[in-house]
Design a protein around this ligand. Structure first.
Ligand SMILES: NC(=O)c1ccc[n+]([C@@H]2O[C@H](COP(=O)([O-])OP(=O)(O)OC[C@H]3O[C@@H](n4cnc5c(N)ncnc54)[C@H](OP(=O)(O)O)[C@@H]3O)[C@@H](O)[C@H]2O)c1
Length: 271
């Protein structure tokens, strides 16, 4: 999409996720006068986002709706009803509504904004460093342009995939919560290094670079992870001993269960 075709985007909610997206969009070259933010009451926060990222900050939803074509709902699930009712009087037929709110279904978005194109998206926090991944599902009135807009907007902060809506809860449990699983593994590896006698900073440097390097290898080679693992595991060697302990202690099963439980929880929250 040409720079001049980039739509004006208005964030309803100016918290962590909105900031990750705004920062990524700006770093990707999205013009600051095509991005606006609003929130409920924290005016200092609006001013600081405007100053830091060179975007527009509007205290009123009316001003945001007058400015933007794409409205991005980025409030906590508990605040959605209030934010939607405050938006409704200002929403016009040219608007499209994208939501990153966990559990907010396309059906509920379409009920709130009848006839409008709506998109339900699930980004994750590495979006803040432009290494996120977002899955999105399109509503009934959404067109190819909405899919393109979703790809451009969320693509500015990482990879993007389209999924049918019934997969969004699974995506929430897998890539939405996934950074926390990786952080948990990293914490555990650092702890193992420290317990065995390494200085905490040294253990951290070793582990963080190992995770980063392994992730880059996966992405850049496109190889099957099981194959990459086999290549560093010689029979009777050290890695085999370590991976054997992971198998014995059920780490694979634990991760499968983590994704299953997080998915179920996402489904519960949605209903
Ligand atoms: N963080 C993640 O990893 C992640 C990943 C995927 C999706 N999400 C989704 O992103 C959404 C936002 O999460 P977050 O971590 O960014 O939350 P957050 O940091 O708590 O920010 C929430 C924002 O919503 C604003 N808000 C509340 N009520 C509002 C209203 N009536 N009108 C306008 N703004 C209102 C708040 O404004 P005030 O400060 O003025 O109250 C605040 O700016 C959540 O629904 C979450 O499910 C988050």
């Amino acid at each position: 999409m040409e720079r001049t075709e980039l739509p004006k985007v208005g964030f309803v909610g100016a918290g962590n996720m909105a900031e990750a997206l705004v920062g990524g969009m700006r770093a990707a070259g999205w013009p600051g006068d095509r991005i606006a933010v609003t929130n409920r009451s924290n005016r200092a926060r609006l001013a600081s986002l405007a100053a830091q990222y060179g975007v527009l900050a509007f205290p009123e939803k009316r001003q945001l709706c007058d400015h933007a074509e794409v409205l991005v709902l980025a409030v906590k699930p508990k605040d959605v009803a209030e934010a939607v009712s405050q938006l409704q009087p200002h929403v016009r037929p040219h608007h499209r509504v994208f939501s990153v709110v966990a559990g907010l279904t396309l059906a509920r978005l379409e009920e709130a904004f009848p006839g409008l194109p709506v998109v339900r998206a699930m980004p994750n926090t590495p979006s803040a460093v432009r290494e996120g991944v977002t899955a999105y599902a399109l509503g009934r009135h959404a067109s190819g342009r909405d899919a393109e807009l979703a790809r451009v907007l969320f693509g500015s902060v990482g990879a993007v995939v389209e999924v049918p809506e019934e997969r969004i809860d699974l995506v929430t449990g897998l890539s939405g919560s996934g950074p926390a699983y990786v952080f948990f593994l990293v914490e555990s590896l650092i702890e193992a290094g420290v317990r065995a006698g390494l200085a905490p900073e040294v253990a951290r440097d070793l582990v963080v670079q190992t995770v980063f390097g392994a992730a880059r290898m996966l992405r850049e080679t496109g190889e099957d992870p099981a194959e990459l693992r086999r290549r560093v595991t010689s029979p009777g060697g050290t890695t085999m001993a370590g991976v054997g302990a992971l198998e014995e202690h059920g780490v694979r099963g634990a991760l499968v269960e983590a994704v299953r439980r997080a998915t179920l929880r996402a489904r519960e929250l949605a209903s």
